[in-house]
Design a protein. Sequence first.
Length: 254
Amino acid sequence: MGSTLMLKLMHLNKLNKLYIMKKEHLSYTALTQFKKSPNHLLAYWEGKQNKTDAMLFGSLIHKLILQPKTFDYEYVVFEGKTRRGKEWIEFAEQNKNKTIIKQSELDAALQITKAIENDNLFMDLISKCQKTEMPIEWIEQGVNFKGFVDMVGDGWIADIKTCNDALKLKRDIYYNDYKMQGAMYLENFPANTKYYIIAVEKNIPYNVKVFRLAENMLEAGYLDYIDLTTKYNEWDGSPKGYAEEIEELSFKEE
C-alpha cells in the first residue's frame, strides 16, 4: 500500500513539474514557436534561441521610427575597434542594461529612416498614428495572451516589418504567420478595424510598401490561431519534437 501511494505521489509530482514548465501567458512569437514544435517553444522560453543580426537590426529600425525619444535610454554606440580587451569589458559592464551597437549599424539605420521620410503614404500613416508600441492583453480559451502593436490609428492598426525585398515579403505573407498575428491583435479592436503590414526595405533605395490584409486572409490567420491555442491547451508541457511518424514526400500530380 505504501509503495503504491509513493508511486502515485511521484506521478503527481512529475505532472506538476510538467505543467509548471508552461507559462502563464503566450505571445504571437511564442505561438509561432509552438507551431514548429513544443521543443521550439521550450527553447524560446529558456532563452536558448539567440536573436539574429537581422532581428536586432529590425528592432533598431523600430526604435528609431516609433520611439526615437527613448533611443538613448536603450541603446549605446561602442566606438572601439573590437569587442574584446579591457576597453570593451569596461564599456560592456557600464552599459549592461542597454543594447550595444556599432556606429556603422546606427549609420545604416539612420539612412533607412531618413529615406522613408520621402514616402508619402508612410508619412501620412505616421502623421495619423495615435499610439505606438501599444501593449495589449487578452484571453483566448483560458490562455493569457499579450503583445505590442506597432502603430494604432483611427480604424486601423499596423506592424512594421523590415525586409530585404518588399515584393518578396508580399509573396511570403500568403504562407507565413503574419496573417495570424493580424488576427490575434485585432481581437483587441472594434470590428472592421483594418490591419496593415508596412514593409521597410533595408537595402538601397530603401523603398516602403504598405499592404492591407483582406478579410479572407485574416480569417485564415484566425483559424490557425484558434487551432494552435487548442493544441497548446492539450499539451502537457513535456518536451516533444515533430510528429513521431515517417512522412512521405512526393511530387504533386498535375
